[in-house]
Design a binder for this molecule. Structure first.
Ligand code: DHB
Ligand code: FE
Length: 284
């Protein structure tokens, strides 16, 4: 049977991708961000899974106001990095895992979550920046270390899903993975966040105290954390801080036993965003 071995949580700031692609990682500003991922890249090499189930949000790249799926699972064989502002990132294309993705779609829909099945889509910084942070600089001629199942969550256009629903969805995903009849090691990643607001009178908002409490609670009391209403995210962590509900999907997919926290990092600023990062291993 397949199993979820670990979960990874990280911000997805697009300027991090641009810093890597334009050779700026050694500038003092960026050094402080990348220092937080040195351990993670080594850990990733030593713990390469068979598949990454990557929960992220699309930023009007694959979807637009014409079509807004709340939860969309990628069942394609491959995904092309998208053109977004700085141009398409010079990173490897993302190989999918259609068999496991289709199985998860089947299982999760039968567990009463309505997923949108996506057979073709491009992927933006929401997906490629976490991969670059965890796997290091890779060019278009390289390959990511394993296949990826993109799982896009609408946290851009209201109404967005609640933390509670995201957490419960994570549990359904765990059940789905554990019922796949092949011995695959699967990591689940929750991405986006932490506090940030990109527009309006409060643009630039960062709330380090709230972010760190979120990290504490994600580790120790995720079920209680999942009860936090979306208005609290917006008020305390900014309009884009709502991206954090995606972390609850990954946390919900972990075992009921307390996880082992392998790494924790928090840094302000990266572009307009607080960067948060956790690695948790499952204790089955
Ligand atoms: C920034 C952060 C985001 O999450 C995003 O999607 C775009 C920009 C920023 O900090 O600049
Ligand atoms: Fe974002």
């Amino acid at each position: 049977m397949a199993q979820i071995t670990a979960s990874v949580y990280t911000s997805h700031v697009p300027a991090i991708g641009a810093a890597m692609d334009l050779g700026k990682t050694h500038e003092p500003y960026w050094q402080k961000v990348f220092a937080g991922y040195e351990y993670s890249r080594q850990w990733m090499k030593e713990n390469t899974p068979d598949v990454i189930f990557l929960v992220y949000n699309d930023h009007a790249t694959a979807f637009s106001l014409e079509l807004i799926p709340t939860f969309a699972i990628g069942t394609a064989a491959e995904y092309t990095p998208a053109d977004e502002g700085w141009g398409p990132r010079p990173v490897p294309k993302v190989m999918g895992h259609p068999e496991l993705a289709s199985h998860i779609a089947q299982s999760v829909i039968q567990q009463d979550f309505d997923l949108t099945i996506v057979n073709r889509m491009d992927v933006d910084h929401g997906l490629t920046v976490p991969l670059s942070l965890m796997c290091g600089p890779l060019g278009p001629g390289d390959a990511w270390p394993c296949p990826v199942i993109p799982f896009a969550v609408n946290v851009v256009q209201y109404p967005v899903p609640s933390g509670r629903r995201c957490y419960q969805l994570g549990r359904a995903i765990r059940k789905a993975v554990e019922s796949f009849d092949r011995p695959l090691k699967v990591q689940i990643w929750g991405t986006g966040g932490m506090s940030h607001q990109l527009q309006g009178p409060r643009a630039g908002l960062i709330n380090a105290e709230w972010d760190n409490r979120f990290l504490d609670r994600l580790i120790a009391e995720p079920e209680a954390l999942a009860q936090v209403p979306h208005i609290d995210y917006v008020r305390e962590a900014g309009s884009e801080g709502i991206e954090l509900v995606m972390w609850l999907i990954a946390r919900g997919a972990m075992s009921d036993k307390p996880p082992t926290v392998k790494h924790r990092f928090y840094h302000v600023p990266a572009s307009n965003t607080a960067v948060g990062h956790l690695i948790m291993e499952n204790n089955a």
